[in-house]
Design a binder for this molecule. Structure first.
Ligand SMILES: Cc1ncc(COP(=O)(O)O)c(C=O)c1O
Length: 358
């Protein structure tokens, strides 16, 4: 059983079918084909307005290119200190921003609070030797599996407006956040002030389906050139775009995300019934962060269950992991089988019971 991440599974059948259908015949290359045009129109419909869409192959490329449009080389991009852009992209955002820096702030469950961002921005000296803040980047879902509510997004959007920052959303798990909130894509983005979005579909059924969606037109101006320089203008663009046709058709993307979130809800509710197990913070999408006894951790690993240990940096101040405990991350996906979740829970309960009896 593998709960290591949501990219450990393949692509979903409707996505693969859409690629197969797009495969026949000859069409213009580099995204100038009918399928890419259709998918761009579909993005306009989904976001209820005209948007610019750039297809890329990885979330790292989406983030780095999006931020390179929003932040000049002398600028600062504020993010959470556990953000994927700061921790997991090998410096790609800084590389593509040509020298700009990322400033990581703390926050429970890897979420930023508007008041903390505002206080940080106000604390920055305004001198020519100080890099001026130019963008805020948040991850929706956060790296801690938490979801920003619309009020929180709106407050962050307000801070960005007040301080003249562009607002970037890393939506590697966009659909999981969307169905968790039960709102529309427009409500979760530009209506709260988001200017540019990394729209991820790979984790939720895509093969390599990522897109940069731009709401603030000036941020799109040079993105085609930037994409080309990053090797991200995809030669057989129709095959990349076609993934989104399969993804969006019949609300397949929302069904996938609902399933993943339901599996995580089952997992977190079940884990809370296991003596000695608690959650580091609430699970709001498709990731669960339980604190478990080390003996249970050893037993789960010995049973062949795969998952990662996690940093304690984003725990609430009132919570701490004792010496005999460990904080772990369990991730569910569109393909997680309910029987596997139940098997994990049974194993955890019986193991804790067995250890207590010893
Ligand atoms: C929050 C977040 N952003 C972006 C990404 C995308 O990264 P990749 O370049 O691996 O597609 C990930 C993948 O783990 C992620 O968790």
């Amino acid at each position: 059983m593998n709960f290591a991440s949501d990219n450990i599974v393949g692509a979903s059948a409707p996505v693969l079918q859409a690629i197969v259908e797009a495969n026949a015949g000859a069409m213009a290359a580099y995204g100038n084909d009918e399928i890419s045009k259709r998918v761009r129109t579909r993005f306009n419909e989904i976001f209820e307005r005209e948007v610019s869409v750039f297809f890329v192959t990885t979330g790292t490329a989406a983030n780095a290119l999006a931020l390179s449009s929003a932040v000049p080389p002398y600028g600062l991009c504020v993010c959470h200190r556990e953000a994927h852009i700061i921790d997991d992209e090998c410096g790609a955002p800084e590389f593509f921003m040509h020298g700009a820096k990322l400033a990581g702030l703390p926050g429970v469950g890897a979420k930023l609070r508007a008041e903390d961002v505002a206080a940080y921005l106000e604390s920055l000296p305004k001198a020519v030797k100080q890099m001026p803040p130019k963008a805020l980047s948040i991850s929706q879902v956060s790296e801690g599996g938490m979801v920003y509510g619309l009020d929180e997004l709106s407050a962050l959007g307000g801070v960005c407006r007040e301080h003249g920052l562009s607002f970037h959303m890393d939506g590697a798990r966009f659909a999981n956040a969307l169905v968790s909130l039960g709102c529309t894509p427009a409500e979760m983005t530009w209506k709260q002030g988001v200017d540019i979005l990394s729209f991820g579909a790979t984790k939720n059924g895509g093969l390599m389906a990522e897109a940069i969606v731009v709401f603030k037109p000036e941020l799109a101006e040079a993105l085609d050139y930037r994409s080309k320089r990053a090797g991200q203008i995809i030669s057989k663009g129709r095959l990349a775009a076609s993934q989104f046709e399969g993804y969006f058709a019949d609300d397949h993307w929302l069904a996938n995300a609902r399933h993943a979130n339901r599996m995580a809800a089952l997992l977190s509710a079940g884990l809370l019934q296991v003596p000695g197990v608690r959650l580091g913070w609430p699970s709001q999408a498709n990731e669960v962060f339980p604190i478990i006894p080390k003996a249970l951790d050893r037993a789960l690993k010995a049973a062949g269950i795969l998952y990662h240990g996690w940093t304690e940096l984003s725990l609430p101040e009132t919570e701490r992991v004792a010496d005999h405990e460990v904080l772990i991350r369990l991730v569910t996906s569109w393909a997680t089988r309910e029987e596997d979740v139940r098997r994990l829970l049974e194993l955890a309960s019986s193991e804790v019971g067995r250890q207590a009896a010893e």
